[in-house]
Design a protein around this ligand. Sequence first.
Ligand code: IPM
Ligand code: MG
Length: 349
Amino acid sequence: MRSYRIAAIPGDGIGNEVIPAGIEILNALAEKDGFQFAFEHFDWSSERYKRTGAYIPEGGLAKLKTFDAIFFGAVGAPDVPDHVSLWGLRLPICQGFDQYANVRPSRVLPGVTSPLANAKDIDWVIIRENSEGEYSGSGGRVHQGLPEEVATETSVFTRHGVERIHRFAFELARKRPRKLLTLVTKSNAQRHGMVLWDEIFYEVAKGYPDVKTDRILVDAMTTRMVLKPGSLDTIVASNLHADILSDLAAALSGSLGIAPTANLNPERKFPSMFEPIHGSAFDITGKGVANPVATFWTAAMMLEHLGEPKAAARLMRAIERTTEEQVFTPDLGGVHDTRAVTSAVKRAL
Ligand code: IPM
Ligand code: MG
């Protein structure tokens, strides 16, 4: 029987509510489709950090590396600075496992109301560079607390890093019906890294004559997403630009509670990591009302990656059946809780 070893890291906040829901659905699916999952639970979280001083224990990444995929909830706690939790857990995995391609699809699921009138035109995949750029970690802080204090935060764009993400974006755009790839940039103001970013895009484009391209500055992109959503399809953007645009994309498609993501190591030298975009959401933690849809959609992306496209499609249909019937948590204007949405998706399976 086909079997997949999955590392489950619920992490913080509502990660502990949505990841168990996702596991329940994945197990139900596997049973139907004749394969199985072996989930191993990792307690890597802010709780663990406060208790032991580390998010990831000694030798943790080496162990994690042996899994087929990572199913991740969220990281972030009210009493740990955000940069400590992010650099303690999520980034060491993304960067350590060279998960350089972050894929973020958005569309308005059936039954969901978008704040946009022309919302049905939203069918986007944002590809986020996930290993360098503004999240390179390069920089420093000196003379702390003194009037001459200085902090630098350096964006790093390497030919290797830029070329591989553009190539990944062209490959993905080519597989989508419209074959349309939009380059997001800010090379007017940022005249070194972003100019290299643009130049390499057009070098790579030569190998993909069947893919239509255009280029837009990131500020103009926000208005285009709102006013002309149908003019976009596949989008490639730097680490920070795509981080920001993907929250906008999630809100425009109805809620941050439905947006999925995959952190991919396309060469499969390391396991890839699948997570809902929404974060730990401590304002609703423990209330049982977190929207599990982002996690289910994320699980469908994981199934695709594992080579189970039939199960992935079945799960997407079950999610859509459930949204169509408006079995919604409060973020989508509903009265249902995590449990009820999970049961509805399970029934639809
Ligand atoms: C995301 C998140 C993270 C990011 C946070 C949690 C640090 O916003 O995945 O989009 O900025 O990368
Ligand atoms: Mg974000």
